[in-house]
Ligand binder design. Structure first.
Ligand code: NAD
Length: 350
């Protein structure tokens, strides 16, 4: 009998509900059986349940272990989110979701698609960024010392460094990649980034089949816009990974195309690179491809590798054909039209 998968579905804010509906439409076309369990988070949850990350959403994710998520709006000036016993404090619902699900790796891919105009449309860009998300400068806390002085703390631990580096090399093995690069700034941060650098080369010895190299974040960013094919798998501490992954998405033709997965020991959830795009919400013009490809990453995680490949191939075909593209890709197409067209391609591959 065909396996059924349980997935926590977080439509999220802004364009979130439109693109999650589109992603579900495409995943349905694979005929893989998925039972979606609706969960609220973000502004939608605050309005209906009084909290941006309700306990029932976390409970559901802990039960299913898998989530498909739209973006969540982070309202400027919102009070910190406090969860749990003893309380843990987060600056945004996205950070809270990652923290409470013990997510340590955020994986984003950037692949050149034939048919999508970009600076490098003639180069076979295909890279993956493995970003550490449990520590770094985003979780160490920030404080104002005096009106004219503030400080932020960078957290780096041996455990998290080893976990992310090993995760990156194993991903490289699984995906038959060719090279692994650590990005850092260990020359000015010898204890924190230095710990990642030392750990990287120590763990790399367990994976002798891969050339391992390191680059400073400043040089790595310049190289990303000079020749992104320099890279294959990039492992990066939290903030460098955050910035590099948007840069990589821009390099291949826009934020709307980038998928992402968040991985912990027992929970993984999948979301596009971009945010809630409130400026275009509710107009059926958002590009759903980033979330559709995140859905393919989810299928892979569920062991549905063939289904994942069919979704990826259908997206490639859709983009190659180049009709009905959404406005961010220079077309006049719609979110729903994109989903229907990709779903049709999936059927032709079965
Ligand atoms: P954004 O990614 O939402 O939008 C940046 C620009 O890209 C906008 O012009 C938008 O219209 C466009 N864009 C983004 N996604 C698109 C798509 N799929 N199709 C077509 N165009 C698209 O970034 P922002 O404006 O800085 O953030 C908006 C909100 O989203 C903020 O509240 C932010 O905190 C939140 N956010 C959430 C996440 C997340 O949930 N993981 C990530 C980033 C930002």
């Amino acid at each position: 009998m065909q396996k059924r998968h349980r997935v926590s579905l977080i439509p999220g804010d802004g364009i979130g509900p439109e693109i999650t509906e589109a992603a579900i439409r495409v995943l349905e076309a694979t005929n893989i059986k998925i039972d979606y369990e609706l969960c609220l988070a973000g502004v939608a949850a605050e309005e209906r349940l009084g909290a941006p990350l309700p306990e029932e959403t976390l409970k559901n994710l802990r039960q299913t272990g898998i989530g498909l998520k739209g973006p969540l709006i982070v309202k400027p000036g919102s009070p910190p989110i406090v969860i749990g016993q003893p309380p843990r404090t987060y600056g945004s619902p996205n950070a809270a979701l990652r923290g409470e699900c013990d997510i340590f790796a955020n994986v984003r891919t950037a692949k050149r698609f034939i048919g999508v105009p970009s600076r490098f449309s003639d180069l076979p860009v295909d890279l993956v960024i493995v970003r550490e998300v449990s520590e770094g400068i985003y979780v160490g806390g920030e404080r104002k010392i005096k009106p004219d002085r503030a400080e932020a703390v960078v957290v780096a631990t041996q455990k998290a460094a080893e976990q992310i580096v090993r995760f990156g090399f194993k991903l490289a093995q699984r995906e038959h990649r060719k090279k692994v690069t650590l990005v850092h700034k260990a020359n000015v941060l010898p204890y924190t980034d230095g710990l990642y650098l030392e750990t990287f080369y120590r763990v790399a010895r367990e994976f002798p089949e891969f050339p391992a190299e390191d680059r400073m974040i400043d040089a790595a960013s310049a190289q990303m816009v000079l020749d992104p094919t320099t890279y294959d798998v990039i492992i990066a501490p939290n903030q460098y990974g955050d910035i590099l992954s948007d840069l990589a998405a821009a390099v291949i033709g826009g934020l709307g195309l980038g998928p992402g997965g968040n991985y912990g020991e027992s929970i993984a959830f999948f979301e596009a690179c971009h945010g809630a795009a409130p400026d275009i919400a509710g107009r059926n013009i958002a590009n759903p491809i980033g979330l559709i490809l995140s859905g393919a990453m989810m299928l892979d995680y569920c062991g549905e590798h063939e289904g994942a490949t069919r979704v990826q191939r259908a997206v490639e075909e859709f983009l190659k054909q180049g009709s009905e593209l959404t406005p961010d890709l220079g077309g006049t197409g719609t979110t729903t039209g994109t989903a229907e067209a990709i779903a049709r391609f999936i059927k032709t591959f079965s």
